[in-house]
Design a protein around this ligand. Structure first.
Ligand SMILES: [Zn+2]
Length: 500
């Protein structure tokens, strides 16, 4: 096979992979937004078959042959093909270095572990989940030896979600957060300022909430001809190409801000996907480059813009117009304070922008210890509670609200959590650079997002997977990951809010 034939065959395999993944994702969307309950078994079977076909294509002899031919001629490849080869080589190695029988057993283990975790969580009893988690971690520690690693073994897991990220860099990152956010939180906890939030829990008809969600999406330049908003139990974004990006939210009658913030958050993810460059749109590179960069886009919209006073100078009058009975006696300032009040929750997904990263830090430290074999699985509940107490000043009363709260470990997702915290830090770092050329406050005040979107598209979105996370960060901001911007953003905001 010559280079041209290799390229043709390679693209053919990738098109098939995209087709199977597209079909499977569409089923997931359908299942989450309205498919009948009884459809579940047949759908699971079909999705299993599709996933099996994708797996076969990735580890196939044809794939191996294509990769070898293209890698030999690397200098003659265009940037796009080159990046696709690198991406597929990584996937190929990931799946072929592990003996297939062990991989099969692991898949079987994960197939059952979710239900065990669910039972343990419902009964708030870690001992039910303990033997399964022990097996998962044992397997992952073995797999990482097969897969190989540079530096720390946890780096291989990090690299699955945040290419190029290392424990060395993350240790520094979290140390910096710990040093300044933990004391900031203590100062807030000791403050006697009272922020009223009860008005946010009054009755807000969901139909009107829905109208407001659509209004916000239109304003932030979400392209409705290339996407849609529906409702699901848990909000998410799913993307097929830049021309088909779908998001969901969830309306709660007695929680006004829940749908607003999940709409803005998922909207931020969607804008990223809708603004991927046309040249890579219909390739495996036509999506966000990493979990962390993706979260930086959603959190920039949700927190930096969406919890900003200037943003609400524009949007609050509109919100009051929608809910005059509930909000006409609430001033803009009261509303602003309420949406920014730190909740200090024991539960990660209910936590706020100040404490969120501390929740992630606990998970990062524990995952690293588990992969190093420095902590026994049976000791996790105690270790978890000790760390939560140290960083957040509160103690989980039981396993359900502590070590058992997240689904990730039962799905074998190790190395995934840090991307959430990185998203916050990337967002602040990007915003700092953006503010050198754009008057962000003025734009927010005017409800004008077009210039902001153009900036994000040119600097971040359009590159898709053509650039690695760290490359984007360095090209855009001129430096490596620097948590100072995020820390200063939080300090400025909360010191003002609490008159500290
Ligand atoms: Zn997100």
């Amino acid at each position: 096979m010559n280079l041209e034939q290799g390229k043709k065959q390679f693209n053919g395999i990738l098109e098939k992979i995209r087709a199977y993944r597209h079909s499977s994702s569409l089923m997931y969307w359908d299942a989450s937004t309205g498919a009948p309950k009884k459809a579940v078994n047949n759908r699971a079977k079909i999705q299993g078959i599709l996933a099996g076909e994708v797996f076969k294509l990735i580890v196939s002899d044809e794939m191996k042959e294509c990769l070898e031919i293209l890698e030999k001629e690397r200098d003659r490849l265009d940037d796009i093909t080159n990046a696709m080869v690198v991406k597929m080589r990584k996937e190929y190695n990931k799946f072929t270095k592990i003996p297939s029988e062990e991989f099969r057993q692991y898949a079987e283990l994960l197939g059952k572990s979710h239900t065990v975790w669910e039972e343990a969580k419902n009964k708030s009893d870690f001992s039910i989940f303990e033997p399964v988690l022990e097996k998962i971690i044992g397997t992952l520690r073995k797999f990482v030896e097969y897969r190989g690693y540079t530096g720390h073994p946890y780096n291989t897991f990090l690299d699955d979600y945040e290419p190029g990220m290392t424990t060395e860099r993350l240790d520094e990152f979290f140390a910096a957060l710990k040093e300044r956010i933990v004391p900031l939180l203590k100062r807030i906890q000791n403050s006697d300022k009272i922020i009223k939030t009860d008005f946010l829990d009054e009755s807000y008809p969901t139909k009107i909430q829905e109208e407001f969600s659509h209004y916000i999406l239109d304003k932030i330049c979400f392209d409705k001809d290339a996407g849609m908003l529906k409702e699901s139990e848990h909000p998410f974004t799913i993307n097929f190409t830049r021309n088909d990006v779908r998001i969901t939210t969830h309306y709660y009658e007695n929680k006004l801000t829940s749908a607003i913030y999940s709409t803005i958050h998922e909207g931020g993810h969607a804008l990223y996907e809708q603004n991927i460059g046309e040249d890579i749109a219909e390739t495996i590179l036509g999506r966000g480059t990493s979990m962390g960069i993706h979260e930086s886009q959603s959190r920039m919209f949700e927190n930096i813009f969406g919890r900003n006073m200037n943003f609400w100078k524009h949007f609050y009058p509109k919100l009051v117009e929608k809910f005059p009975e509930q909000l006409s006696n609430i001033s803009l300032n009261e509303f602003y304070e309420a949406i920014n009040k730190p909740e200090n929750s024991l539960i990660r997904i209910e936590s706020d922008e100040l404490t969120y990263s501390l929740h992630i830090m606990v998970r990062y430290e524990i995952e690293k210890m588990l992969i190093e074999g420095k902590v026994a699985v049976k000791d996790l509940p105690e270790l978890w509670n000790r760390k939560i107490e140290e960083y957040l000043g509160i103690t989980p009363p039981n396993d359900k609200m502590g070590v058992l709260q997240d689904v990730h470990w039962s799905d074998g997702l190790f190395g995934y959590f840090p991307s959430y915290a990185l998203g916050n830090a990337y967002a602040s770092q990007f915003e700092n650079t953006m503010s050198k050329t754009l008057d962000i406050d003025e734009l927010l005040k005017a409800g004008q997002f077009n210039e902001i979107l153009v900036w994000l598209r040119e600097n971040i979105h359009k590159h898709g997977c053509l650039k690695k996370p760290n490359e984007i960060l360095k090209d855009v901001t001129g430096e490596e990951l620097n948590p100072t911007y995020f820390i200063e953003y939080l300090e400025n905001k909360f010191e003002k809010l609490y008159n500290l």
